[in-house]
Design a protein around this ligand. Sequence first.
Ligand code: SF4
Length: 363
Amino acid sequence: MDKIKRFFECLIPITACNLRCSYCYVIQRENRKNKVANLKYTPEEIGKALTKKRLGGLCYFSICGAGETTMQPQLEDIVYNILKQGHYVNITTNGTLGKRIKAILTKNIKYVSHLHFSFSFHYLELKKYKLLDEFFKNINMVKDSGASILAQFNMCDEYIPYLEEMKKLCVENTGAMPQIAATRKEENSQLEKIELLTKLSSEDYKKQGDSFKSPLFEFTMKNFNVKRNEFCYAGDWTGILDLSTGIMRRCYSSYIYQDIFKNPNEKINFIAIGKHCKSPFCMNSSHFMSLGVIPEIKTPTYAELRNRKEAKWYSETMLKFLNSKLQESNEKYSKINKLKSTLIGRYDNTIRYFYRKYKNLKK
Ligand code: SF4
């Protein structure tokens, strides 16, 4: 049975999108440039850099754009070259571009059981542009192909009057209620103060989503603004990877990076952040923590947070893979490795300190 060795949160910095949701993080940062990303490496080079041998086993790559991911023209080839290595891939999409989704499925049909699509249910934009039918048609096209699906929406105040409608539509078209993601305000780029994007108290905000019985929402709300002080294996068992440049960082708050696409024969330096996480809380806990990046914390699995069993959103293959945890394929650190992680953590903090000082001086 396939078990996860490493997880990579992958960005394609495309900012083009056919929707304009008010809560979108790119729009909140006023960074919508409507451009596709320039890729420094070809899809074949990306695949060669990410072999199972080099990464130590089967990995999960979750790909998301800073706009609509499927608009990136090389996406199907990038996905193909990763899947060809035996890995698993998620694509996050607004689900409206049927031709692009079809092209991705067609190119990757051989590996479809390793393919997962996260459909973001942007209800008001879909309604405004009369794209609701197209959205659900595309979800079902993916599901019928044998790939796995997730339908989720970002809880925000403007959806509150429509929650029952959204629930009904999703049940009718996908067999189950959507999962929910908590939405944060993008006020402070230095990540010191994070708030939910709502005028409600966090208790009332959470109550709005209760009737959806979404384990994803429960989990993200439970971990929102909870600072992690445990030993975290981000940087070794997980990484943040820019697919346009090959730059891998250990996690959001780490300033150490390496281009892992440049020389596919070079060893990748995986070293855990340990107790040096500088994020105010685990910003993507539903990925990192559910996959087991902090092994001492017991969590539901990634699949348990997302799959709707009654509608079989996940294929059997995907279910098994995403029910596995990183600690099943990785060893915890010895005292020496923990010491190494502490020393590198101090070095990382020094870079961070000077970088931020330099940025403040430039203001
Ligand atoms: S606790 Fe979360 S945010 Fe912090 S280093 Fe680990 S994975 Fe990254």
